[in-house]
Design a protein around this ligand. Structure first.
Ligand code: ATP
Ligand code: MG
Length: 358
């Protein structure tokens, strides 16, 4: 399973498929000169209980959403790259003597992995890649080891393969975020190897914080909180169905007291949670302030959210648009893509991985 290892040479790009708590997000990229080109994309929703806290509960529904996404997008590729969510993955960097052969390396990684993986190795998918010379030990290399429980991996792979696709690569959400950030780093003022950027992805049910230092992920954490909570508050207060509340949230077609009684308090809750996530990060290491916040996820479209977070958190905040410098194929609906762009952050990082070695 190639969480991190190099890919074998392949003929065509892979589809990036991000299975979130609410939808299957599919993105197909290609390369045009030194630019990326968006070929096809689609977002196909699940019902609210198909995936709960990132765990697939209704595999059939997830598969049919993936099938729908393939049909709507008219994607050509039939091979895909998907991601494991961060909490289901264990990563560690180990040191290995430089003079080991490939076979010795494999045995060594297994022995070392046994020390930090709380499951039997028979139950996990294990992958590793050499990062480079170790700064800690002379004549040793740093090896990144990534593991995830096999049943968790298989559940995701099966959901995609039951939709008629083949999964070639299982990536990790965190690495997809890192990769997508490479498209955006030049927009961050004075970005350099020390710059701390907090990528805050506010989705429907999860808010995920990824801290990047000079573009490398050094920390991640998430909380169960997102736009669904706002939808539920609208349902209760105005006695609307889930679908109607979700629609009204986007159009803003709600009674006069909506802003003061529902929207502003919700923004306050979001800002408190993000502040809490940042505090956890600060207390875990030697940093006490991030330089920038980069927002991703569907909730960035909430009216006034960006300014309100920037003001409450006191950190320069911007919204991510992974496609800003890309060519968009004429068959793609540009308005819809622009609306969905911040929510396609992970899907974009996956589709970029799908272009490596193609
Ligand atoms: N224009 C908009 N105004 C307000 N909320 C919006 C708008 N567009 C999308 N959203 C909200 O964004 C959320 C979906 O975001 P996103 O697609 O990033 O979530 P997800 O990745 O599917 O879920 P999760 O991250 O929880 O797994 C939903 O709650 C949706 O209602
Ligand atoms: Mg999400």
């Amino acid at each position: 399973m190639s969480f991190v290892s190099k890919l074998i040479k392949r003929q065509s790009p892979l589809l990036g498929i991000d299975l979130t708590c609410t939808s299957a997000k599919l993105l197909e990229l290609s390369r045009s000169g030194n630019r990326y080109r968006v070929e096809n994309y689609a977002v196909a929703p699940f019902s609210p209980n198909a995936v709960i806290e990132q765990d697939i509960k209704d595999a059939e529904e997830v598969s049919s959403a993936i099938r729908a996404a393939v049909n709507i997008s008219k994607a050509k590729a039939s091979h895909a790259v998907i991601a494991m969510y961060n909490a289901s993955v264990i990563t560690n960097v180990i040191q290995m003597p430089n003079n080991f052969s490939d076979e010795e390396l494999e045995g060594y990684v297994e022995i070392e992995a046994n020390k930090f993986i709380p499951y039997s190795l028979d139950e996990v998918n294990l992958d590793f890649a050499t990062i480079g010379a170790s700064a800690q030990k002379e004549e040793f290399s740093d090896i990144l080891v990534v593991a995830s429980r096999r049943d968790h991996v298989e559940k995701r792979v099966d959901a995609v393969e039951d939709a008629g696709l083949t999964v070639d690569v299982v990536d990790v959400e965190l690495y997809a975020v890192e990769r997508c950030f490479t498209l955006i780093s030049h927009k961050i003022p004075n970005h350099n190897e020390n710059t701390l950027v907090a990528v805050v992805d506010i989705g429907a049910t999860m808010t995920t914080l990824t801290i990047l230092q000079g573009g490398k992920a050094i920390y991640n954490n998430s909380e169960v909180l997102g736009g669904r909570q706002l939808t539920e508050e609208i349902m209760q207060r105005y006695d609307l169905s889930y679908a109607k509340a979700g629609y009204a949230k986007k159009t803003g077609d709600l009674p006069e007291d909506y802003h003061s009684a529902v929207l502003e308090p919700f923004k306050g809750v979001l800002s408190q949670q993000i502040s809490r996530l940042l505090q956890f990060f600060y207390s875990s290491g030697q940093h006490n302030k991030v330089d920038h916040i980069l927002l991703a996820g569907g909730c960035v479209s909430i009216n006034g959210l960006v300014d309100s977070l920037q003001e409450q958190l006191g950190i320069p905040t911007m919204v991510s648009d992974p496609f800003a410098d890309m060519i968009i194929s004429p068959s793609v609906n540009v308005t819809a893509l622009n609306n969905d762009a911040p929510a396609l952050f992970v899907a974009c990082g996956l589709a970029m991985r799908g272009l490596q070695n193609a």
